[in-house]
Design a protein around this ligand. Structure first.
Ligand code: ZN
Ligand code: ZN
Ligand code: ZN
Length: 388
C-alpha cells in the first residue's frame, strides 16, 4: 500500500533550520514587548534548539533575550549533548553549564536583561522551575511562551510536513498489519501491545498511544485498552500513534470482525452510522483550504452527522493540530474563528458513539495546502470488515 519502513539514519529537521527559528523567536520577543523567552525541556526546546533533553528536576533552559546572545543553560553532566544540539553546533546559542552545587536559577537570572519586566516561560515548564524563577525575579511578570512560539510552530515547513507524512505512512502500515491479523479471542491489551511494537518497528521513536476499543468500548472515544476479549460480530476502533523524527502520527480506523461467519457482519444500523461518518469525515476534509475558519471544518462534519440524527452522539471536537506535540494548535472546534493557513497540520476525526452499544471514528492527518487539503494518511477509510 504505502512506502516501506525507512532504513538508515533517522530523518530529522536540517540542522541549519534552528538558527532561523531562534532569530524569529527573538524578533517575536521584541515585537511582543517581552524582555526574554525562557524555554525549558519540551517541544519548544526541540523546535528552537533541536535539543530533546530529558525532563528532570535539574534545570535545562534556553534563554532568549530580546537582544543579544542566546544561551542554553544546562547541567554540567549534560554538557556534551547540549553542545552537540543543532542550535549550539551551528553557533546560534552558547552553552552555560552549572555544577550540582550551583543555583541554576541564579544563572538564568544573570542572563535575563535587567530590570526584567515581562518574561515568557515555555508552556510545559514544570511549576517547580516556574516558582523558583518567580522567587528569584520577584518584579517580573510571567507569561506563556506560546505568545511568541505558537505562531511559529502552527505553520509547518516542508521538512516538518515530510516528517508528518513519514509518521502517517508508518502508522498506515501498522493499521493494515493489525487489522488483517488475528483479533478474535485476544484481549484489547494484547492487541495494543502489538500496535506499540509495530509502531516502533515501523520507525516511530516511541509508541505514544494505542487505543483498542472493542464492542461496547468502541463507544468511548478515549477508551484505555482493557482485558476485554474481542469477539466475532463487533467493531474495534483502533486509534494509534506516536512521534517519528519528533513529529506525530495519529490515525483512527474502525474494523468489524466477523470470525468468517456471514451472520456476524455489521448490522444495518451500524452500516448507516458508518456511512454517515464516512461522508462527514470526507466533507470536512474537503472543506479544508486557506482562509476557512477552523470552526467551519467542525461545523461541516457536525451538520452532516446531525442531519442523520446522530448530533448528540458526536461528543468531541473534529480535530486538533499536530506536530512536535500530539495535540497542539490549531483546534477544529466551535468558537475557533482562526483562519486556516497553508502549512497548518491537524487531525480530521469525527466519531459517532452510541453509549453501551458501539461506535466508530475515522481520523486522518491533514495539511492545509495552497489549494485545498493534503491528506497524509493513505490507509483505506471504508469500514474494514475482516475475519479477525
Ligand atoms: Zn484524542
Ligand atoms: Zn487519534
Ligand atoms: Zn487525534
Amino acid at each position: 500500500m504505502s512506502t516501506p519502513a525507512p532504513a538508515g539514519p533517522r530523518p530529522a529537521i536540517p540542522v541549519a533550520r534552528h538558527g532561523g527559528r531562534i532569530a524569529r523567536a527573538q524578533a517575536g520577543v521584541r515585537a511582543r514587548g517581552l524582555d526574554a523567552l525562557l524555554v525549558g525541556v519540551g517541544p519548544d526546546l526541540v523546535y528552537l534548539a533541536g535539543y530533546a533533553a530529558m525532563t528532570l528536576e535539574r534545570l535545562t533552559m534556553l534563554v532568549v533575550p530580546a537582544e543579544g546572545p542566546v544561551t542554553l543553560v544546562a547541567p554540567r553532566l549534560e554538557a556534551a549533548p547540549a553542545r552537540a544540539c543543532p542550535a549550539v553546533a551551528t553557533g546560534s546559542a552558547a552553552v552555560a553549564t552549572w555544577e550540582e552545587t550551583d543555583d541554576p536559577v541564579a544563572l538564568v537570572r544573570h542572563l535575563v536583561p535587567e530590570p526584567a519586566g515581562r518574561l515568557a516561560v515555555s508552556d510545559r515548564l514544570w511549576a517547580l522551575h516556574v516558582l523558583r524563577l518567580q522567587a528569584a525575579l520577584p518584579a517580573a511578570v510571567f507569561e506563556p511562551a506560546s505568545l511568541v512560539l505558537r505562531d511559529l510552530r502552527v505553520v509547518k515547513d516542508p521538512d516538518e510536513v515530510a516528517l508528518l507524512r513519514l509518521a502517517a505512512h508508518a502508522a498506515d502500515r501498522v493499521i493494515h498489519e493489525v487489522a488483517h491479523g488475528r483479533l478474535i479471542g485476544r484481549t484489547e491489551a494484547d492487541v495494543a501491545r502489538e500496535v506499540r511494537d509495530r509502531l516502533v518497528a515501523e520507525g516511530h521513536d516511541s509508541a505514544e498511544f494505542a487505543i483498542v476499543a472493542s464492542g461496547p468500548n468502541s463507544a468511548s472515544p478515549h477508551h484505555a485498552a482493557s482485558d476485554r476479549v474481542i469477539r466475532a460480530g463487533e467493531p474495534i476502533v483502533l486509534d494509534i500513534g506516536g512521534p517519528l523524527g519528533g513529529y506525530g502520527s495519529d490515525i483512527t480506523r474502525t474494523v468489524w470482525v466477523t470470525g468468517g461467519d456471514a451472520t456476524c457482519g455489521p448490522d444495518d444500523e451500524y452500516l448507516r452510522l458508518y456511512s454517515v461518518l464516512r461522508a462527514a469525515q470526507a466533507e470536512a476534509t474537503h472543506a479544508v483550504r486557506p482562509g476557512v475558519p477552523c470552526e467551519r471544518i467542525d461545523l461541516v462534519a457536525r451538520e452532516l452527522i446531525g442531519a442523520a440524527g446522530h448530533g448528540a452522539h458526536f461528543i468531541h471536537r473534529t480535530g486538533h493540530g499536530i506536530g512536535l506535540e500530539g495535540h497542539e494548535d490549531p483546534y477544529l472546534v466551535a468558537g475557533n474563528g482562526e483562519a486556516l493557513e497553508p502549512g497548518m497540520a491537524f487531525s480530521v476525526e469525527p466519531g459517532i458513539y452510541l453509549e453501551g452499544r458501539y461506535g466508530a471514528r475515522i481520523e486522518d492527518i491533514v495539511v492545509c495546502g495552497e489549494d485545498g487539503p493534503i491528506v497524509l494518511n493513505e490507509a483505506p477509510r471504508d469500514l474494514l470488515v475482516v475475519t479477525g
